[in-house]
Design a protein around this ligand. Sequence first.
Ligand code: AMP
Length: 469
Amino acid sequence: MDEVKEECGVFGIFDPDGSNVAPTIYYGLMALQHRGQEACGIAISDTRGPVGNCICHKDAGLVSEVFHEKNLKEITGNLGIGHVRYSTTGGSRPENAQPLVISYIKGTLALAHNGNLVNTGDLKWELIQNGAVFHTTTDSEVIAFYLARERVHTRTVQEAVAATARKLSGAYALVIMSPQKLIGMRDPYGLKPLCLGRRGSAYILASESCALDSVGAEFVRDIEPGEMVTVSAAGIESAFPLPKKRCAHCIFEYIYFARLDSRLDEISVYDARIAAGKALALSHPAEADLVTGVPESGLPAAKGFAEQSGIPFGMAFYKNSYIGRTFIKPSQEEREVSVHMKLSVLKAAVTGKRIVLVDDSIVRGTTMKNLVRMLKEAGASAVHVRISSPPFRHPCYFGTDVPSGSELIANQYSLEEICRMLDADSLGYLPLEALSEMVQGLPICTGCFDHNYPMEIPKPKKLPFWCGE
Ligand code: AMP
């Protein structure tokens, strides 16, 4: 079975005034849909009781498929969390959908997690040896188990979260709902984003600021790396239960993953992508008549390239927005077909033109190879491929879905070979040094490009196959 990797979105809200938060979670998850299209769920409780009254609805599918008027009406309460999930093949078991709800000593606890732990095997083995049984293959269930175990002998749920966090190594942005509290916690490297918002009396936690905008909440601040925030009837509390680490925000959020209208850790995703395009135009200029981007992911960097180079920016493709992301199609053949289903060339815009084609990344090369061919078949006289990130060469251990080394084209072939395979007239990647500038000096994790990870990656513990690894 393939390893479970997760790129997810989380959302949580508590309204001490008592209004029903389910519709807000629904709209928040809709705004985070780009972070995961495989499954989603909402868990709701009411701080006025009865204790243990948590209702959870989760299933495979998009937010708009899983939730409708009827089942949304059935989940009501003033405290709730939600999750959208994306995983690669093998992780797509229905029971892996979140939030994860457990009954424990204090009633019910629900948890939603974005990120990947690097010590799941060790943690799981320790629990299994003490009699634990697991229903999912997610590391989130391991976190939930530790929380429940710690809570037996801690005074507050926050102490249990802090004690659990001390065990975890890797990336996590967590939202946790206990009977009376909403808790958000971010790993000490700040790998995955999490921010705090407010709407009237309600406080909201969300993976990205775009989710706050979409529910009419004001952005309060980012949760700091290593910070645990608790929202309860007593207001907001903040604590830093872990030793401080050197921050390493995931650069891939800015390159591709986050939504264009979000601000993460005070940096606008849009500005970062424009800056990457500008840096690309400086490092890899081209003689061309038109700069275009692969919709949607390459468009802002293409705009930046055009602004810097003075070459006009224009559209070259029509995108059918009703087709899912091509990356998640499991077989290579299906991937090839879905590029064509998703994008078609605007012939009139490209015939006879020398084109700069910008995308945010090349993974296997499927998308780019097809698009270059489509442009040339439509009469483009030259296609210069420009990529607004450095070559993808190494695995991500923290939750970004990068295929194994042998499938990464940049890991197998030289720049010249890739250029030939794409049938491009030239190929240029963003230099590694430009990444820091792209996010105005924010400390970042660049492990997938340079193998420079912010923490030691332990050898994965091999568990017996029946332990669901
Ligand atoms: P490929 O066709 O395999 O080279 O994939 C490249 C395309 O996938 C680009 O258009 C990227 O925007 C997109 N992409 C890159 N990384 C990811 C990811 N982790 N998840 C989903 N899509 C991605």
